[in-house]
Design a protein. Sequence first.
Length: 288
Amino acid sequence: MGGAICRTFCCRQSEQGDALDGRSQKSWPDQQVEDFLRMKSSCRDRGYVNFMTWMAFAGFPKVDPADRVIPFEAVPSPIVKGLKLLEPSDSQESLAEVARVLRGEKKVIVGSVRMGYGHHRIAYSALTWAIQMGGEPYLLDILSPDCTEAAVVRHMDKQYSKMSRIASNLGGAVDAIWGNMMLQGDANALRCCLALSEKIRGVIAGFPRDVPIISSHPIVGNMAVAAGFKTVINLIFDNFPQYFVLVPGALNLVQSPSYFDKLLDMGCPAKDLRLAGHWVSSELCLKA
């Protein structure tokens, strides 16, 4: 009886029926972590990831990520010269136009998410350097469309902000416990991030796969890898080094030598890691 329960809830794949999982006997998040960090998941790990993924999507309409394509259109930024914004569209016909304008050299998508403490700032830094170097950058905020995928991430951010405020207001032991919990981004946290990204990859599924994507949040980078983009660059934000900030299958860039060394010690492959310096906009850097 116990074995049957384990097979049902722990050892099953995270995304039953997903095309990504069909490539091996393991779920896509499990396979990504094993290939990247050489860490195999246990039955307990899989059960935890399955439960956390179920919790994240509980109460939302079920979607099939393999068939989801969210339409966007490219519009000039009213603030930054040379920048175009990928805005939600009501027409599926706009996908063909977006695919057309994104083809060719010097095009790059910078993916961000309007949550946390500065992912848009990091994205802006990348955008300004792309413009400075003669590129044609497009900014994508994965929370901009009105769809189930974006709603799930918005709900997660809302809950995170709510708990952070409660912990801060109570202070003392509660704040210390919450702060310690935010430093527990282990391999299972990475698997959870991968499972989430796998399910919501439809947000970027309509873009040409040969356009480079720069991500200012690991969710965006993992979405791009899951969707099959050929070139993905993950800008790791300054924080306590944790596994969930990494994007297996992408080139992960860090800002400091100590962070670089710590990620190497944690098992991140050297070929997938680069020391790049601080995420500062071109205007600030050139006028410093």
